[in-house]
Design a protein around this ligand. Structure first.
Ligand code: MN
Length: 260
């Protein structure tokens, strides 16, 4: 099923399950209370979709996880998954603007399959990965590409507020092993690849990351971007489509005095 987090007319966040053109409202946060449908139904068209999860502790990202992207970046990586963190304050939802900070150089989209963790995960064996996964969604691992190189590490370049759009839904049943990921800027295809070409697959990523950090329910793991070029600027819209997961769409705008 597809789980949404949403609000109605600016009210408190609610959770729901997609059923045709409607959302069936759930009682409580399904990550902690299970899927408990109520009698209430809301037309999807009336719901303001929010980030489907706010990570409780962290967003883990895997870098250079597609061979062609690794080649694009001319990156000599370690012989294990290259992992880094984004703060949960970087998360925004569908339709929310990516705010471009006043930094030198390119701002780049990285459309990625994102894993949503559903149980406390510590030193999980690869074959047990399903036990700790709630579902999958789409992430945009927005990156200030030239800041990555200038700083020599990625905390700032990957961690600005709004640099982690997530959504639109969490799919709790999809098979993640062969999903096409496409990233568009103003409708033009910029990046494309299938999760079948991940260097480290989802079981291996979970085993590796949960050996380093205890993963908590609601934590998110971005699995890496396929190859492609280009970035985006003020006024453009970035759409990321993953087969079966829908499209995550966010406009970009330069930071101004009204942003805080
Ligand atoms: Mn990435």
């Amino acid at each position: 099923m597809k789980v949404a987090r949403f609000s109605l007319e600016g009210g408190e966040p609610l959770f729901g399950v997609v059923d045709g053109e409607d959302l069936v409202v759930l009682s409580g946060d399904p990550l902690f209370h299970g899927i408990n449908p109520t009698e209430q139904r809301v037309p999807l068209a009336k719901a303001h979709l929010l980030a489907p999860v706010i990570p409780r502790s962290k967003v883990v990202c895997v870098g250079m996880n597609y061979a062609e992207h690794k080649a694009d970046m001319a990156h000599e990586g370690p012989d294990n998954p290259l992992i880094f963190l984004k703060p949960n304050t970087a998360v925004i939802g569908p339709g929310d603007p990516i705010i471009i900070p006043p930094v030198e150089g390119r701002i780049v989209h990285e459309g990625e399959l994102a894993i949503v963790i559903g149980a406390v995960a510590k030193r999980v064996k690869a074959e047990d990965w399903r036990d700790v996964v709630f579902g999958f969604t789409i992430a945009n691992d927005v990156s200030a590409r030239d800041v990555m190189f200038a700083d020599g590490q990625w905390a700032r370049a990957k961690g600005y507020d709004t640099f982690c759009p997530l959504g639109p839904f969490i799919d709790t049943e999809i098979d993640p092993s062969n999903l096409m990921i496409e990233t568009f800027v103003d409708g033009e295809l910029r990046r494309k690849g299938s999760t079948k070409d991940l260097i480290y697959g989802i079981p291996e990523i979970i085993e590796f990351a949960s050996d380093v950090w205890t993963l908590l329910p609601g934590d998110v793991i971005c699995t890496g971007t396929p190859s492609g070029t280009g970035g985006f600027v003020d006024g453009q819209t970035i759409d990321i489509t993953i087969e079966g997961l829908g499209t995550l769409s966010n406009p970009a705008k330069n930071r101004d005095d009204r942003d805080y």
